[in-house]
Write a protein that binds this ligand. Structure first.
Ligand code: ADP
Ligand code: ZN
Length: 775
């Protein structure tokens, strides 16, 4: 001892300039226990800040200040989490402090408060003095930060002292309970017959219960004072309340399910990824349940992820019907609920954790299996703030724990299917439906022919007739009109052609101001022409139908129908999503018209018709993943028809020969074959990794030049670069935006990130995106 020890610390400040380690001296009293992964308080400029210790060393050239305090008793960030941080840094480089706060469970994050104590009131300016309470302390609020600098001076003068109070964000919830003291000697107890009666039947009551029986608060306190009733606080857990009731059914797995269970069971101690491909209703969930049973028998934990909060309830019902210890973790829980669920997990009271993507970071030390349901869903990718892909994180964790990862889907993502075809993943298939529910009958309606035959409405005659029939039979209808990620494009009303980029396999974006068509990946540009290149007709026009327009047309066509609309505009309020669903479930409406939001969630037994309006719209999103996402969406939406009664689905569009449309339902293999062909042709995932860099600045020319210089640099270190080209939204708040597109066999984002630093200036900001779809 006596030797100096140092800590390398990431300070919790989200700024590029402090995005590196700072060395601090470890005071002797902390040296025995301070460890990598603990959080500390450190002086930073004139402030006290929280920081994460990433390394303890014996040498430092630049440490001058001492660590002020240590927050944790044991490391908060374990070695596994450090590995996850590294992998995020490679995939989606970002500020260290941002990544740290992304991977730390929200329940564990701290709130900081400063408390000022008076030492000597004399000499303290009166505008400050008024803020202290009678005990001579002052807890600084956010609005009090303006005083901080002056208070620091008072500290130097020895007039006040400052300490940092740290509070856990969540808090343990307690409730008051009363028991009856048989040994009491209160002689007026006869005045309380109700109380005496109550405690004959039961030994403890909560305060709430007693008050419900008419015992008043003052009576309670009297009885407490005379030690008739003894009060105690009992820790209670905030239960997650569900609408559903549990079910109890005995299920015998069929041959395919047994085979799948057996295969995974044999690998419970291997780091193997399985792709469980099974049509909806083929019993994938039953396979999960059987695997979970085996894993918890071995006293190991289970992590099961679904893509959306709306899918939590149906899965929770299956899990809770079968197992006791299930914790639920997602962003819509209250702080307190999240804290309680987290403690259940930490104390191993819950061996099964069900959550959405953020649950992938939960510290589960005895992890035995990870299951990702609906693995094809893009919602497993976080696409704001710190980007990450929960599937990749899950893969890292499975590797770390040496356990299986099970990816389940009716329509696996192109990347997962490719890996399964190439033996990187093990493919398990379920091809039958145990309950023998029929798939809906699907028809494709060519809207070009409708126009030829004189119908210029957005509903085909077939769809309109089908809707009328269903309304008569009091069955329900869902209509999909998808405009997610919409960018303006043009379409020939005569032949349905949409001009595409000759280099990038995406449709060209229409810029009305300059009357040009442009590829937002590579910058290819050509003038807009209303004469169609394919059919020669003067019929090329911008596509400009909104969902409100569809709603109006629907009201005109079916005046008596009760219509609900679900899109981003009507669901901004919290809970409105559920309200619409309940209304539809209770059959207070006949038709649910919506965007891709209607594709996932509850099953509606009365829905027997699903219509897709302008299916092509989903294909024209300027993204290389548009076809894949459209196919998944169509399969999912059409599959919502006929969950109970025989159902049908009608897809309307111009380009019905497109592989993402013609293969909807049961032709996944054909869809996959074409999709993977195009991926290969254009060098996208899984063949090359891609990323995008956004360069933003106030001056058009300077920003473009800077983008160009960065491009040159990245090419010189071996990257393939497309661009600079204007971003899909060219200007935001007066900032001109350009993108560079990267393709590489091994895209080490961290390496690119290091270069980016040198090209950022006071006026030009640069950001890195690990996918092509978000700029
Ligand atoms: P998936 O997850 O593939 O959509 P589920 O596991 O939800 O399929 O199964 C669909 C329905 O069939 C559920 O009601 C489930 O209980 C039932 N089911 C699954 N497997 C069997 C089986 N082997 N025998 C009887 N019913 C089954
Ligand atoms: Zn292009």
């Amino acid at each position: 001892m006596g030797e100096n020890m140092f800590a390398k610390v990431i300070v919790d400040i989200k700024h590029q300039e402090v995005n590196h380690y700072f060395d601090y001296i470890i005071p002797e009293n902390f040296q025995v226990f301070l460890d990598r992964g603990m959080r500390v308080l450190v002086p930073f400029n004139t402030q006290t800040r929280m920081g994460y210790v990433v390394e303890i060393t014996e040498n430092s050239d630049d440490a001058t200040k001492e660590i002020i305090d240590v927050i944790d008793v044991v490391p908060m960030i374990n070695e596994e989490t450090f590995l996850l941080i590294d992998s995020i840094m490679k995939y989606a480089p970002n500020l260290y402090s941002s990544i740290f706060s992304t991977v730390l469970p929200n329940a564990l994050q701290m709130e900081y408060q400063k408390e000022i104590s008076l030492i000597n009131p004399e000499g303290i300016p009166s505008d400050l003095l008024v803020n202290f309470n009678t005990k001579g302390t002052w807890k600084l609020k956010k609005s009090d930060q303006i005083y901080y600098h002056r208070l620091k001076k008072l500290v130097q003068q020895g007039l006040v002292s400052i300490r940092t109070i740290i509070k856990q964000k969540g808090q343990i919830k307690t409730a008051s309970y009363y028991t009856y003291n048989q040994q009491h000697n209160y002689d007026k107890i006869y005045k309380y017959p109700v109380v005496m009666d109550l405690f004959v039947n039961k030994s403890t009551y909560s305060k709430k219960e007693l008050m419900a029986f008419g015992v008043s608060a003052s009576q309670l306190s009297t009885l407490e004072k005379h030690e008739v009733l003894l009060q105690q606080s009992i820790e209670v857990s905030r239960e997650i309340v569900h609408q559903f009731s549990l079910e109890d059914k005995e299920i015998k797995l069929n041959k395919e399910q047994l085979e799948a269970v057996k295969t995974v069971s044999q690998s419970l101690n291997d780091n193997q990824t399985f792709l469980l491909k099974g049509i909806t209703g083929s019993g994938k969930t039953e396979v999960y349940l059987n695997l979970i049973e085996q894993v918890i028998k071995n006293n190991k934990q289970v992590l099961i992820l679904v893509p959306e909060i709306t899918l939590i309830a149906p899965m929770a019902k299956r899990l809770k019907s079968r197992f006791d210890a299930v914790a639920i973790y997602h962003s819509a829980l209250s702080k307190g609920e999240r804290f309680d669920q987290f403690r259940m997990i930490e104390e191993k009271k819950a061996m099964i954790v069900l959550g959405t993507r953020s649950a992938v970071f939960l510290p589960l030390e005895a992890l035995g299996i990870i299951i990702i349901d609906e693995e094809h869903d893009a919602s497993f990718e976080q696409s704001e703030g710190v980007f990450y892909d929960a599937k990749l994180i899950a893969q890292e964790r499975a590797k770390y724990h040496h356990i299986p990862l099970v990816l389940g889907s009716a329509t696996p993502s192109i990347v997962s299917m490719y890996k399964a075809m190439n033996q990187e993943y093990k493919l398990l298939e379920l091809t039958k439906r145990p309950l023998n529910i029929k798939m809906p009958k699907i028809s494709l309606i060519d809207m070009k022919k409708e126009l030829e035959s004189g119908n210029s409405s957005i509903f085909s005659n077939t769809l309109l007739e089908a809707m009328k029939q269903k309304l008569e039979k009091h069955e329900q209808i869902m209509l999909l009109f998808n405009r997610k990620g919409y960018a303006p494009f043009v379409l020939c009303r005569q032949c349905g052609d949409v001009p595409r980029c000759p280099h990038c396999d995406i449709s060209l974006t229409y810029y009305r101001d300059k009357s040009t068509l442009k590829c937002h990946y590579c910058g290819f540009e050509k003038p807009f022409d209303d004469t169609c290149e394919v059919c020669g007709q003067k019929a090329v026009k911008e596509v400009g139908v909104g969902i409100e327009y569809v709603e109006r047309a629907l009201k005109n066509a079916l005046p008596s129908a009760r219509i609900l609309r679900m899109d981003a505009n009507v669901t901004t309020q919290k809970g409105s999503h559920e309200l619409i669903w309940n209304e539809f479930m209770n059959e207070d409406a006949d038709i649910l018209l919506g965007t891709q939001m209607i594709a996932k969630g509850l099953d509606f037994p009365k829905v027997t018709l699903v219509g897709i309006i302008m299916a092509d719209l989903s294909l024209k999103v300027p993204s290389y993943r548009a076809s894949e996402q459209a196919y998944m969406l169509f399969t999912q939406v059409t599959g919502r028809s006929g969950r109970l009664l025989p159902g049908e689905a009608i897809i309307q569009g111009y380009d019905l020969d497109h592989y993402a449309i013609k293969n909807v339902l049961n032709n996944y293999e054909d869809f996959y074959k074409e999709a993977i062909y195009y991926r290969k042709l254009s060098n996208y995932l899984p063949f090359k990794q891609t990323a995008q860099i956004l360069i933003e600045g106030k001056e058009y020319l300077k920003t473009f030049q800077q983008a160009f210089l960065l491009r040159k640099k990245l090419i010189s270190i071996g990257y393939d670069i497309l661009g600079p080209t204007p971003a899909m939204i060219k200007v935001i708040k007066g900032q001109f935006r350009f993108t560079l597109t990267l393709k590489s066999d091994d895209l080490n984002g961290e390496r690119v990130f290091e270069e980016i630093k040198y090209y950022e200036t006071k006026d030009i900001g640069i950001r890195y995106y690990p996918t092509l779809d978000y700029v």
